[in-house]
Write a protein that binds this ligand. Structure first.
Ligand code: AMP
Length: 203
């Protein structure tokens, strides 16, 4: 799943995961969990993520390689990886993707969505105050943990992340276009309609 912050790629990954019984490998979630180990690497990652810049390729490539090499999956969904051309090339050396979904939204819509976003710090489920609220206000449906606003969902960081996203996503899209597995999806529709468009491509 490729898309700017707030495009709903994490939400769609969760829907696909449930429907097809596939695991989601989300580098963002894995890195955020790694921060809780307050060692040197954890502190370094915390600075990187809170500033909205990309983590080093070696770190994220290693995370994904370990997941993919752990055989026995009938498939998987990647959310937030690859993020640049170097990562896409690394991945291509390990496995062939079947579909790449680029979920497209305007910057204006991205801002609107991100300000309403609330995340469960424990199981990483993402809610939205208007579009996808939890059953009980401020509390995760699944585990009961208090929901939080992620540091990197704050306005200045969001601007930087969107700029960086477009710089790195363009070559990535070209790479998958050439392989004829890239599909552009209109992310400004309802969660259900975006999901329907993805399923239509998957047949
Ligand atoms: P996400 O939850 O996917 O928006 O990721 C949150 C943050 O984790 C990003 O802003 C980056 O700092 C880092 N990150 C996640 N995935 C990657 C990746 N594939 N390459 C580099 N940094 C990543």
């Amino acid at each position: 799943m490729i898309g700017p912050q707030g495009s709903g790629k994490g939400t769609q990954a969760q829907k696909l995961s449930k429907k097809f019984g596939l695991p989601i490998f989300s580098t963002g979630n894995i890195l955020r969990q790694r921060i809780h180990t307050e060692d040197e690497l954890g502190k370094k990652l915390s600075r990187i993520i809170n500033n909205g810049i990309l983590a080093p390729d070696e770190i994220v490539n290693k995370i994904i390689a370990e997941k993919i090499e752990n055989d026995g999956y009938k498939g998987y969904i990647l959310d937030g990886y690859p993020r640049n051309l170097a990562q896409a090339r690394f991945l291509a050396g390990m496995d062939e993707l079947t579909h790449v979904f680029e979920i497209n939204i305007s910057d204006k819509e991205a801002f609107r969505r991100i300000t309403g976003r609330r995340t469960c710090p424990k199981c990483q489920i993402v809610y939205h105050l208007d579009y996808n609220p939890p059953r009980e206000e401020g509390v995760c449906d699944k585990c009961g943990e208090r929901l939080v606003i992620r540091d990197d969902d704050k306005s200045e960081t969001v601007k930087r992340r969107l700029r960086m996203y477009y710089e790195t996503a363009r070559p990535l899209v070209e790479f998958y276009n050439k392989k004829k597995i890239h599909h552009l999806i209109d992310g400004e529709q309802s969660i259900e309609d975006v999901g329907r468009d993805i399923l239509r491509v998957l047949g």
